[in-house]
Every structure is written in structure tokens, then in C-alpha cells.
Design a protein. Structure first.
Length: 287
């Protein structure tokens, strides 16, 4: 089942959120027998009209659940739409043979979709990324009576009630208490230091590109010159140890290659690096 297959009334179609809610409330509820029959038809025969009736009869449930998330400042219509997506997912997975009414089964799916929408859109910078953080995020929002920062006593009490660490509650409260900052926050005096001032990407500007290329060329030429100052054995050791990113050689590998001890390879390597460093800065090594 897809959202295209089940035609649902939308806010834009009926004109306003109030009209949509009134239209949803006028839709008849299903008896247990009607629900079982429709769910069986959809599950066994892929009857999309049966699925449509199941969805329509539960639109008021979505409206009721979505109303509980209005405190996040997101549009009620968008919350309802996301909840409707969760409802359709629930209808698709609903098995009437399990003896559970669709209303009980659908609540989880409706809330899950609304939760994802809230977390995606409430802040540009996400305040909750893991499953545990998301659970704490929604519980903490409901338990706080205002937007003030929690006291140590309140943090301890909430941590005990939610079975989490006080530090986790303190961190989430700090995130929730933070304020959004405008990307371009010019106050009008021309001196505002908004994020746009230090988040701009200048790496693709022609001047920066040319400077980067020149810097890379100088570094590469300097490295080649420093390597050329080494004897063949020292150069081989440095290249094998430091310039082979995919499979760098170990001291023991090179000790076997040159039939000397690993400590001797280390000493040659250190002297070679000192000589290269001196060459790169224009000094003569005293070795």
C-alpha cells in the first residue's frame, strides 16, 4: 500500500485545519466485526478500498495524538500528515487474527512517525540522535513545567524516575534550554558576528584554489628534494615506513630486508628524518 493508493482528505483540500478536523470527526467509526472484515480483505485480497476505510475511520486518532506535540512549535497540519503516514504503515502491517484492535496497534506507528518529524524539524542542529536520547528528549519535555534550567534536585529526581544518569538529564536539559541562532543575524549596525561570518566556505574561490595548488606543489618539490639528499638505503626505509599509506613496512620487515636488527633500522630512520627536516628548512645537518 502506498500513500497514492489511499486517497485521504488533506488540509489544503478542505481549506483549513479546523475544517479538516470537523470532516475527520464526521467519518463513522468501525465496529469490531467491520474492522476485522476490512482488515482481512486487505490482508488476503489486497483490497485497497478496505484499507482506505480503515485509515479514514482512524483519522480522529491521529488528530488526537498530534495535538499532544503542538508544544514544539511545528504546524499542526504537518504533525497530522506525518501521523497519517504512521497510520497507513500500521494498516499495512495490521493482522486482525491476533485479536488486537487497530486503534491499539496503530498508536505506536503514529507516534513513531511524529517523533521522527519533530526530531528532524524542531532544530537545525539535532538535540537527540540515539534511541536513548530520543526517549529522554520526549520524556523530559513533558516533565518540565517551564523553560527554566533544572536544579540539581530536579535533575536527580527526573534521573531516578527515568532510570538514567543525572549527567544525561543535565546535558539534554542544556540542549533543550538553548536558543536557536539565526544564520545571518545582522542586527542592523553592520557589526553582528553571526554564524554566516565563520561558516562560509571559501575553499572554491579561485584565489584560494590557486594558493592551495601552489602550496601543494612547493611541499611536493621540497619532499622530493629532501628524499634526494638521502642515501639509497635511508630513502628506501623512509619511503617504506612513511610514504606507503596502504601498507607501511614495520621495523622488523625492513630489518629482514637489509639483514640488520630492528634497532638499527630505527636509528637509520631517525637520522634520515633529521636530515630531511634540516633540508626542508634550509639547514645543514650536523651528522
Amino acid at each position: 500500500m502506498t500513500t497514492q493508493a489511499v486517497a485521504l482528505p488533506t488540509v489544503s483540500a478542505v481549506g483549513s485545519i479546523d475544517a479538516y478536523i470537523q470532516a475527520a470527526r464526521r467519518l463513522p467509526l468501525l465496529t469490531e466485526e467491520e474492522e476485522f472484515s476490512l482488515a482481512s480483505r486487505f490482508r488476503e485480497e489486497n483490497d485497497l478500498e478496505a484499507a482506505r476505510q480503515l485509515v479514514l475511520s482512524h483519522l480522529r486518532l491521529v488528530i488526537s495524538i498530534a495535538r499532544g506535540y503542538l508544544g514544539y512549535g511545528l504546524p499542526h497540519a504537518d504533525l497530522i500528515q506525518e501521523g497519517n503516514i504512521g497510520l497507513m504503515k500500521a494498516v499495512k502491517r495490521f493482522d486482525p487474527a491476533r485479536g488486537v484492535r487497530l486503534v491499539s496497534f496503530a498508536i505506536h506507528w503514529i507516534k513513531a512517525e511524529i517523533h521522527e518529524y519533530v526530531l528532524r524539524n524542531w532544530r537545525m542542529v539535532k538535540v537527540a540522535t540515539t534511541k536513548a536520547q530520543r526517549k529522554l528528549f520526549f520524556n523530559l519535555r513533558g516533565m518540565k513545567s517551564n523553560t527554566d534550567t533544572l536544579t540539581s534536585g530536579q535533575i536527580g529526581d527526573i534521573a531516578h524516575r527515568l532510570s538514567v544518569k543525572p549527567d544525561d538529564v543535565r546535558e539534554m536539559d542544556s540542549r533543550l534550554s538553548g536558543h536557536d541562532v539565526a544564520l545571518d543575524g545582522d542586527s542592523g549596525d553592520g557589526e553582528a558576528f553571526a554564524p554566516i561570518a565563520y561558516l562560509a566556505d571559501n575553499s572554491t574561490e579561485p584565489v584560494h584554489v590557486l594558493e592551495a595548488r601552489a602550496r601543494d606543489r612547493l611541499q611536493n618539490d621540497g619532499l622530493q628534494c629532501a628524499l634526494a639528499s638521502l642515501d639509497p638505503r635511508s630513502r628506501r626505509i623512509v619511503e617504506a615506513r612513511w610514504l606507503n599509506e596502504e601498507n607501511p613496512a614495520t621495523l622488523h620487515d625492513l630489518a629482514a630486508e637489509f639483514a640488520v636488527s630492528a634497532e638499527r633500522i630505527r636509528q637509520i630512520e631517525m637520522k634520515a628524518l633529521q636530515k630531511m627536516r634540516a633540508n626542508l628548512i634550509g639547514q645543514t645537518p650536523g651528522i
